[in-house]
Design a protein around this ligand. Structure first.
Ligand code: NAD
Length: 376
């Protein structure tokens, strides 16, 4: 099969959908791989490294006019016009982007959005949300440590003792867990909150303290269990109590990393402006949910601004929306392996396309086919 790999064009998108490692495997399986010149540069992969792995280097139309196109982000309007009708596109196609899906359907493209894969054991090796959120959690702590004007670890020196930083993590999914692990390695004291009761043990196993907000009604309990491992919006009663508990911790915190998301919905507001005002000067918030707040404004904190770092009420608020792209080489390496594993589900050993909708992962990821948006 002819596989094309275009360079990503979205501002700030540094990742690429294949690496020399995955190209080598695709070529060994009998595929022809055409990579757009420069596609890997921002992820420290040169054209010659791709060539050495067996890829051909091409231009943008060459990369898009393939039987199968491997992308990181949804093709733009002009990129979509370069796709062949009947081609397969695999990437983070954003299943909630109705306009983007409609565009792909109208182009006659069969699209697979990898973010839609179920969170099951079998799907783990192709779980792009996990591979990229893991990186985002790590990078959020790295950025916080860089912006924070004090140490993370407790230090006892001849010039006196330095206190350990107090870090509060809000939302303990994949990103939050990695943020806890990373901050812990740097020596911080950690407290964390999530709506799902199952995370308490995970937080404690990483050396953090769970901010407990007991459920008082069956409705609260049911909502907290979520669906498919994902959170559901919590009743206002619980959120009010959570906010009171979180506010106490945030007021004492040096760093807050917030990662709370609910798929397909606005991110919940967890750090209000009053809470920011109560924080110590020089504290840092990294809002991974920036740009995903109500009506696209703010994130878990209404003061955060997408892709900007701002100082408000003496607190530095980082609103970077694509943290994984700031660790471009490893983010690409893991993403490329996710893509390669997904390909094994839709390409036979003989190299032919075979879309088996009986396969729950294939069915969940398929978002367009035969001119239709098929996403359920
Ligand atoms: P996510 O990015 O959708 O959300 C981040 C976190 O925010 C979640 O833990 C969520 O519970 C939390 N959250 C939502 N509202 C909140 C609020 N008001 N206050 C505090 N926290 C709030 O989550 P994710 O990282 O994609 O993980 C989703 C689920 O998938 C988790 O249960 C995770 O363990 C599971 N998972 C399973 C597998 C697997 O089995 N293969 C792989 C990865 C993730």
């Amino acid at each position: 099969m002819l596989i094309g790999v275009p360079a990503e064009t979205l501002a700030g998108e540094t990742r690429v959908a294949v690496t020399p490692e995955t190209v080598k495997k695709l070529v060994a399986s009998g595929h022809t791989v055409r990579v757009q010149s420069g596609a890997g540069v921002a992820a420290s992969v040169t054209d010659s490294a791709y060539q050495a792995a067996g890829a051909e280097i091409t231009d943008q139309p060459g990369a898009f006019s393939a039987d199968m196109v491997l992308k990181v982000r949804t093709p733009t309007e002009s990129e979509t016009s370069l796709l062949k009708s009947g081609a397969v596109v695999i990437g983070m196609l954003n299943p909630f982007d109705a306009a983007g899906l409609q565009r792909l359907a109208a182009a006659g493209v069969t699209g697979f959005a990898l973010e839609a894969a179920p969170r099951t054991t079998r799907a783990q090796s192709m779980d792009v949300l996990s591979s990229q959120a893991n990186i985002a959690g790590y990078k959020a702590v790295m950025i916080a440590a860089d912006k924070y004007q004090r140490f993370f670890p407790m230090l006892m020196t001849a010039a006196g003792t330095v206190k350990a930083a107090r870090v509060v993590i809000l939302g303990v999914g994949v990103a939050g867990l990695q943020a806890i692990a990373t901050a812990k390695r740097l020596g911080a004291v950690i407290e964390a909150s999530d709506v799902r009761p199952s995370v308490k043990e995970q937080i404690e196993s990483l050396g953090g303290k769970f901010i407990d907000v007991p459920y008082e009604t069956q409705e609260e309990k049911d909502a907290a269990e979520g669906v498919g491992g994902y959170a559901r919006p919590m009743p206002a009663s619980w959120l009010t109590r959570q906010q009171a508990e979180v506010a106490k911790r945030v007021a004492l915190a040096d760093v807050v990393i917030s990662t709370a998301l609910i798929p397909g919905r606005a991110a919940p507001t967890l750090i209000t402006e009053d809470m920011v005002k109560a924080m110590k000067p020089g504290s840092v918030i990294v809002d991974i949910a920036a740009g995903k707040g109500p009506d696209g404004v703010g994130g878990n904190c209404p003061l955060s601004e997408a892709d900007r770092t701002v100082v408000k009420h003496g607190v530095t608020i980082v609103g970077e929306t694509n943290l994984a792209a700031l660790v471009a080489a490893d983010a690409s390496a893991l993403y490329a392996r996710n893509v390669l594993d997904f390909l094994k589900l839709i390409v036979t050993k003989e190299g032919a396309l075979k879309i088996d909708l009986e396969d729950d992962i294939v069915a969940a990821c398929r978002v367009t086919q035969d001119g239709q948006v098929t996403k359920k």
